[in-house]
Design a protein around this ligand. Structure first.
Ligand code: CAA
Length: 384
């Protein structure tokens, strides 16, 4: 492997791998059927420091680097993609936004319980008519005295039901475009804030995805994250980290599908020999291994740029674009290698294929990643 992990990173990877395969994996297929939220897994993940990995130790986190985080997240995704998406949103868009933009009081009140895994967090940007174009969102927040009053509906919110606190974007000044969007910390139980429709999804079925409805929902003015008008910047910078997470998640599912396909191929005989003796299968194995390794390097590269505090927006989008497209191909090929069995629910590749489908869609579609990458490349004065 080109990228050399430190001893500590290898130790974290091994610890999470063991936990993931022993604790998270065994009931993943059952949860896919029942849609049961793996609350007990998150409790244990909190104890292991996986719910606020990059949060500084003084706020109850692990103070881990981004490379350790992507290693841990891919290991969780290897066993259960539903569990990994909750971990990803919690660690990146939620905890990181609070770390970066929160006041000391906000950190004590919200970040500390999030980092320990005592509570789950959600981030609400998307709306029924504002997905790729969040600036067109319709949710508003008007200030009255010492409060903001939020009105609007958010859609496709990961952990909408199971979260205890949500970071919500809303327009505080319609005339200012993206600079008129602000971000608010809204705890569950706030009057006027309810959970709406639950999506019945193709994959990630144990992770809840819901509408959130705000009707004259009053929050103290002190619950604004950053300043008025910072909401779009908070969302974009949170998504930079989130996108590395989705890339790591893609890597985990791809590795699981690949390992399952290789195991199946080694045990399957046709035409009198193991199918791994056929070049048609051997070449699939070679292509799949190469694609996964290429994605891994992009994920590590983006994460280590983040650790070095270099700008990493472009590299996060590259990793997300490549890894999320790669896992579509890997899971499809893994099914192909299983033949008819791959099309049944008796083999895990069927679930991997469904779970992975959303990776090219959420936290910015592949088309949005191409916009971010091309904008960065074309603005870069060092490039011809
Ligand atoms: N970090 C910080 N600020 C950023 C930024 C970044 N990465 N990218 C842009 N900005 C800032 C810019 O500096 C600029 O601010 P100023 O004008 O004050 O300088 C402002 O944002 C606008 O920048 P652009 O003009 O470049 O933005 P744009 O409007 O042309 O493009 C976009 C933006 C890339 C298309 C963006 O709208 C986008 O990413 N859309 C996709 C949204 C998305 O990913 N949604 C996913 C939903 S969340 C989800 O899926 C969560 C879940 O539950 C799993």
């Amino acid at each position: 492997m080109l990228f050399k992990l430190t001893d500590e990173q290898v130790m974290i990877q091994n610890m999470v791998r063991e936990f993931s395969r022993k604790v998270v994996g065994p009931a993943a297929a059952e949860r896919d059927k029942t849609r049961e939220f793996p609350a007990e897994n998150f409790r244990q993940m909190g104890e292991l420091g996986l719910m606020g990995m990059m949060v500084p130790v003084e706020y109850g986190g692990e103070g881990a680097d981004a490379v350790s985080y992507v290693l841990a997240l891919s290991e969780i995704a290897y066993s259960c993609a539903s569990t990994s998406v909750v971990m990803s949103v919690q660690n990146s868009i939620v905890c990181e936004s609070l770390c970066k933009f929160g006041t000391e009081d906000q950190k004590q009140e919200f970040l500390v319980p999030l980092a320990s895994g005592e509570i789950i967090g959600a981030f609400a940007l998307t709306e029924p008519d504002a997905g790729s174009d969040p600036v067109s969102q319709a949710t508003t927040a008007r200030k009255e005295g010492g409060e903001y009053i939020i009105n609007g509906t958010k859609r496709f919110i990961t952990s909408g039901e199971n979260s205890s606190v949500v970071l919500v974007t809303a327009k505080t000044d319609e005339s200012l475009g993206h600079r008129g969007i602000s971000c608010f910390i809204v705890p569950k139980g706030t009057p006027g804030f309810t959970v709406g429709h639950h999506e019945d999804k193709m994959g990630l079925r144990a992770s809840d995805t819901t509408d959130l409805i705000f009707e004259e929902c009053r929050v103290p003015a002190a619950n604004i994250l950053g300043k008025e008008g910072d909401g779009f910047k908070i969302a974009m910078s949170g998504l930079d980290s989130g996108r590395i997470g989705i890339a790591a998640q893609s890597l985990g599912v791809a590795q699981a599908a690949f390992d399952a396909a290789v195991k199946y191929a080694k045990g399957r005989k046709q035409f009198g020999v193991s199918i791994t003796k056929h070049q048609a299968i051997r070449f699939q194995v070679a292509d799949m291994a190469t694609q996964i390794e290429a994605a891994r390097q992009l994920v590590f590269s983006a994460a280590s740029m983040k650790d070095r505090k270099e700008p990493f927006t472009r590299e996060a989008s590259m990793a997300k674009l490549f890894a999320s497209e790669m896992v579509q191909d890997i899971t499809a090929r893994a099914i192909q290698m299983h033949g008819g069995y791959g099309f049944t629910k008796d083999y895990e590749v069927e679930r991997y294929y469904r779970d992975a489908r959303v990776f090219t869609i959420y936290e910015g579609t592949s088309e949005i990643q191409r916009i971010v990458i091309s904008n960065a490349v074309l603005k870069d004065k060092r490039k011809p």
